[in-house]
Design a protein around this ligand. Structure first.
Ligand code: NAD
Length: 369
């Protein structure tokens, strides 16, 4: 065999750099993929997992290129993976070792992802002076605490509802994954008049056709650790959440939870993709064919990265919320208009928009500065 193993991942956008990191003293084994930096230094999370793969990090880095371009941020996309159990006692040592290893790779700005959090980002910044998603006490905007992605989903819902003839006031809502994305999205949509009828987490799902009191649900989740602690709703099988009647469905937990096996039974009018890749390619196509509007993940759930970008550029919480609302409203409209006018899937329109922005930025750059 000739050539490099990573050649199958290369195309006209990137990746620009693929770096494997190994420190025999700390035990660090990690990979950094800087996909594209035409619009600015790449921004993307540091994932820590015992089963992370090279391919996963390549795909996630590209997803960040598209997400950052789709959100209109002055950042390219990158992603890092640390091969380790996120519950290890050696976590701080590994994270600090990772930070020192990427010190000179200034075209990558690390953020939190699965297995890392704002404390990890504070350790990284302590080592090398750059990271986003920092704790408030060191000048960060705690994006999960303020529900950044939830705010973005609501902005997306406001615009998308016009395209599918849905009135948010009185619309019924089902949320898979009552976590950092699903929980604020549910609360904020209820404040806009929606009625939460189903919610789930890793421990189970609940359903109440007449509505769930979202504040009581938050309390129950806080006290018992699960939405199933809310007693004024019926416990249902988690898988049924997708097919119970509702107007708006927000998958906000697992990948591929909308798939060939349940897509024909989905009854929602609008799907807001809170999680990353919550639908298989085939299922997303079927939703479109069935006339169900599904807003792609990297447009709908960009609130977190917009917040991180505002933090990086010195903005405060209010500026972040304003930026999230403005950008997501604008991008949702642009994508859905293009999808409608050209008769293509919203995802195809979104990828085209993001690619156009990256390619335009690339014309302004000298290769390998
Ligand atoms: P989280 O850990 O805060 O919440 C996830 C929730 O999903 C938890 O309540 C968990 O119990 C639940 N869950 C896990 N497995 C489940 C299952 N099988 N069925 C139902 N619920 C289940 O995570 P999060 O930050 O809310 O992220 C959720 C998704 O959104 C992920 O795909 C993440 O990559 C994506 N995302 C998050 C952000 C962000 O700002 N946090 C931004 C963009 C995308």
């Amino acid at each position: 065999m000739t050539g490099f193993e990573f050649e199958r991942f290369l195309d006209d956008l990137g990746p620009e750099k693929t770096i494997y990191l190994h420190d025999p003293r700390s035990g660090l084994r990690a990979i950094l993929v800087v996909d594209n930096v035409a619009a600015g230094p790449s921004m993307g999370g540091v994932r820590m997992a015992p089963d992370i793969t090279t391919e996963e990090v390549f795909r996630l880095a590209r997803a960040m290129t598209l997400k950052n371009a789709g959100a209109g941020l002055p950042h390219g996309g990158g992603k890092a993976g640390i091969l380790a159990d996120p519950h290890t006692d050696e976590k701080e040592r590994l994270i600090r070792s990772f930070a020192r290893a990427i010190r000179d790779l200034g075209d990558y700005i690390p953020g939190p992802d699965m297995g890392t959090d704002e404390t990890c980002m504070a350790w990284i910044r302590d080592e090398i002076g750059r990271a986003v998603g920092l704790p408030r006490v060191v000048g960060g905007i705690p994006l999960d605490e303020i529900g950044a992605t939830g705010h973005g989903l609501v902005a997306c819902a406001e615009v998308a509802s016009e395209f599918c003839g849905l009135d948010l006031n009185g619309a019924t809502l089902a949320v898979e994954g009552f976590g950092n994305v699903g929980r604020p999205a549910a609360r904020l949509l209820v404040e806009r008049g929606a009625v939460l009828v189903s919610a789930s987490d890793s421990k189970g799902a609940i359903h109440a056709p007449d509505g769930i009191d979202v504040h009581a649900l938050e309390e129950a989740k806080e006290e018992t650790g699960s939405v199933t602690g809310y007693t004024r709703a019926k416990a249902v099988a988690p898988e049924s959440l997708f097919t119970l009647p509702c107007d708006i469905l927000i998958p906000a937990a697992r990948p591929d939870c909308i798939h060939e096996g349940n897509v024909e039974d989905i009854r929602a009018t609008l799907v807001l993709q809170g999680a990353n890749i919550p639908a298989t390619e085939g299922a997303e196509r079927r939703l479109h064919e069935r006339g169900i509007l599904s807003v792609p993940d990297f447009i709908a759930n960009a609130g977190g990265v917009i917040c991180a970008s505002v933090e990086f550029h010195g903005g405060n919480e209010n500026a972040a919320l304003e930026e999230i609302r403005g950008k997501i409203r604008r991008n949702t409209r642009q994508v859905l208009e293009a999808s409608r006018d050209r008769g293509v899937l919203p995802r195809e329109a979104a990828v085209a928009l993001a690619r156009r922005r990256v390619e335009e930025a690339m014309t302004l750059r000298r290769s390998f500065r």
